[in-house]
Write a protein that binds this ligand. Sequence first.
Ligand code: ADP
Length: 267
Amino acid sequence: KGPDPDLPIIKQRLEQVDRKILVLSGKGGVGKSTFSAGLSWALSADEDIQTGLMDIDICGPSIPLLMGLSNSTIHTSSSGWSPAYALDNLAVMSIGFLLPSAKDAVVWRGPKKNGLIKQFLKDVEWGQLDYMVVDTPPGTSDEHLSIVQYMKEVGIDGAVLVTTPQEVALQDVRKEIDFCRKVGIPILGLVENMSEFICPKCNTANAIFAPTTGGAAQLGRELDLELLGRIPVDPRIGSTCDKGQSFLDDYPDSPAAQSYIDIVQRI
Ligand code: ADP
């Protein structure tokens, strides 16, 4: 079998992207998509920064909703697919845009998923980007292997591993770390989501997952990984995201918004 004829085109497109970041989590429900969306909003808060958010969670694409693009469809031209825009400087591509309805579950096997991811990389006109954030499905599956296979052609800057503080979630993070090391992707660091609850009335931090709060910091020390940030539980995150709005715009002074701003500085 000769070299993949599409690789030069993929390479050409990806060479226009400065930093490519994969967002991974061992488990579902830890807030990975919420984090990918929040990180993208936070990066694009600077109008001079061009950001792309690519959702390859083929079986459960939630990015269109989180980015306020549920009703968007993708336009095709002779040179490819144009992404949807959440902001002038924030391009978004998701399988969700291609499904006839949000209720359509995608039950695809590996090769078809691989084909779609390849098409996202080959055909989407991202243009010049400073950052590409890739929201992946939980765990390590076909989608991860596909994206790594293609992106490695031009280099992946690194993976951000999202977890919650409980030991069950942390255990799965170890598997993600193992995956990154096996396929040779640098790990930018860990993000502990839902680390604690900060009461909006009195500003006191409550370790709702006690006694394991700080679990990601401990794991980071154990495995020599940076803890990029700890995002508190804030019920307003859920409600803002469900409206497809930026939490940072709506609650700029909240501790959770500050966590995102700090994380952007570190990646
Ligand atoms: P995943 O992508 O890991 O499956 P999601 O991003 O879909 O997880 O998040 C799961 C749920 O948790 C969503 O309802 C989301 O709004 C909520 N959520 C995520 N992070 C936070 C947070 N820091 N505070 C409050 N709710 C959160």
